[in-house]
Design a protein around this ligand. Structure first.
Ligand code: ADP
Ligand code: MG
Length: 479
């Protein structure tokens, strides 16, 4: 395999923990030799779990991991040419820097003179020449993290895994270390797999970014791809600042959103429901009559290089970056160049779940009786005097052998903080602002996620009840 060969490949990797929670689902990835790949996503999305499987600390429940084309799925960590740098450096406080770095090699019975040479080499690499005798406690956070990196590199791994390695450093130190790590990567020529929840860090450092959410890969691409062409609202929202609107295609290269009709360059069929993404730096403020839409300035914040201006356009809100300020309360026009409007076909967010028949043949969900009846659900069905159920063709229906599928739209579910009022209970695990409302993901106690649209801002982690009116549900019988 040449230079361009795959260093590591993940094939259909799934990790389900003992408690039944699926942290990673059907994860597929090919990393080229020498690449700098970053896993980017919010806390809890499965980044560390994926890294631990690559390192061998955890085994996948499904799927295969290949290194240079050969399966290493069941190889123990110390047999893999892979080393990890953790956020918490885990240096040995009672050892000096030399001993900390030499520790692994000593365990492997490497001759002392070879160890000495290798330690010297990696200390130079992390810019800590002459630090051999220093105690860990006398080093700054940044220096300690460099020792942790040196300790991983001294094993000369083919792949270096870095799990939020700069997370504990202050902003200035983090920026410096980002550049140093990038330089180190170029010098060493080995594969780096880097984990962060910081989109700016990912955009600055990576050759390739893997955006993750809730255990699934959302998008993979270069920083430019991810920034300019997000594949869905989650990626658009997570990467950089975005205005995200629901809309519809009203003609050829014409999209309606935020109360106006905009020209765009994405050729999507008329009538298609879309999500439109506009970056704040791409919005132009004009005189009211020159705008495609008009709005009222509601806030202006000076950000050093530009102003961040919020404009209320009817029920929508547009955030604008501008080098010129604007008057709060004034009416402005808004224009967006066609190629600065990114159109995505709206994802279908219909909620689907399954109900059960209780022993009285009443429909139940999560222990609550739903106010409907068998004869309403099965069109044309009837019961005879002794209770036997017949379908529209006069055939007997064995209700216990059927399953009822319920669907309900995100707009038709109401959230309440009086959790007992809800049909199900859960916490908010994700939220995306969609211009005139928020789209929430509620992780229910039943393990199922529900999508709910709401105009009000709730907080991540809020415990809520979901009120689902029976008259907004559709029922489908599966036999
Ligand atoms: P990240 O690194 O992206 O923040 P993790 O990979 O650490 O996320 O965790 C992903 C999800 O798996 C989280 O919801 C976490 O609570 C869960 N998780 C992690 N380890 C375990 C475990 N040993 N048992 C059960 N669930 C776990
Ligand atoms: Mg983590």
């Amino acid at each position: 395999m040449g230079e361009a060969g795959n260093s590591i490949e993940l094939k259909h990797i799934t990790k389900q923990y003992e408690d039944g929670f699926t942290a990673v689902s059907d994860f597929n990835l090919e990393v080229k030799r020498g690449e700098f790949v970053t896993f980017l996503g919010p806390s809890g999305c499965g980044k560390t779990t994926t890294l631990r499987m690559i390192a061998g600390f955890d085994l996948p429940t499904e799927g295969e991991i290949l290194l240079d084309g050969k399966s290493i799925t069941n190889l123990p960590p110390n047999k893999r040419p892979i080393n990890t740098v953790f956020q918490r450096y885990a240096l040995f406080p009672h050892m000096n820097i030399y001993e900390n770095i030499a520790f692994g090699l000593k365990q492997k019975k490497t001759p002392a003179d070879v160890i000495a040479k290798k330690v010297k080499k990696v200390l130079t690499l992390v810019d800590l020449e002459g630090f051999e005798k220093r105690r860990v406690s006398t080093l700054s956070g940044g220096q300690q993290q460099r020792v942790a990196i040196a300790r991983a590199l001294v094993n000369e791994p083919e792949i270096l895994l870095l799990d939020e390695p700069l997370g504990a450093l202050d902003l200035k130190m983090r920026k410096e270390m980002q550049l140093e790590l990038k330089a180190m990567h170029e010098k060493l020529g080995i594969t780096f797999i880097y984990v962060t929840h910081d989109q700016e860090e990912a955009l600055t450092m990576s050759d390739k970014i893997v955006v993750m959410s809730e255990g699934r890969m959302q998008q993979i691409g270069t920083p430019e791809d991810i920034y300019n062409e997000p594949v869905n609202a989650f990626v658009a929202d997570f990467i950089g600042e975005s205005n995200i609107f629901n809309g519809i295609m009203t003609g050829k290269l014409k999209a309606r959103f935020c109360g106006g009709e905009f020209e765009c360059v994405d050729d999507v069929e008329e009538g298609t429901h879309i999500t439109a993404v506009v970056r704040p730096e791409d919005v132009l403020l004009t005189a009211p009559e020159e705008g495609i839409i008009q709005g009222v300035v509601s806030s202006v914040i000076f950000k050093g290089m530009h102003y961040e201006i919020t404009v209320i356009c009817g029920k929508n809100e547009m955030v604008v970056q501008s080098v010129k300020t604007a008057q709060i309360g004034s009416t402005v026009g808004i224009q967006v160049e066609p190629d600065n409007i990114h159109i995505m076909i709206a994802e279908d967010h219909t909620n689907i779940f399954y109900a059960e028949w209780n022993k009285n043949q009443k429909l139940e969900y999560n222990g609550t009786k739903l106010d409907t009846s068998v004869t309403k659900i099965i069109k044309g069905s009837r019961r005879d005097a002794d209770g036997t159920l017949y379908d529209e063709n006069g055939e007997v229906v064995d209700i216990d052998k059927t399953k009822v599928v319920i669907t309900i739209q995100p707009d038709d579910i109401e959230m309440t903080d009086n959790v007992e009022e809800g049909l199900v209970e859960g916490y908010i695990s994700n939220l995306i602002y969609k211009g005139d409302h928020y789209s929430y993901v509620i992780h229910s106690d039943l393990g199922q996620d529900f999508i709910v649209n709401d105009e009000n801002l709730w907080n991540m982690g809020d415990q809520v009840g979901l009120i689902m009116p029976v008259d907004k549900m559709t029922f489908t019988l599966k036999r």
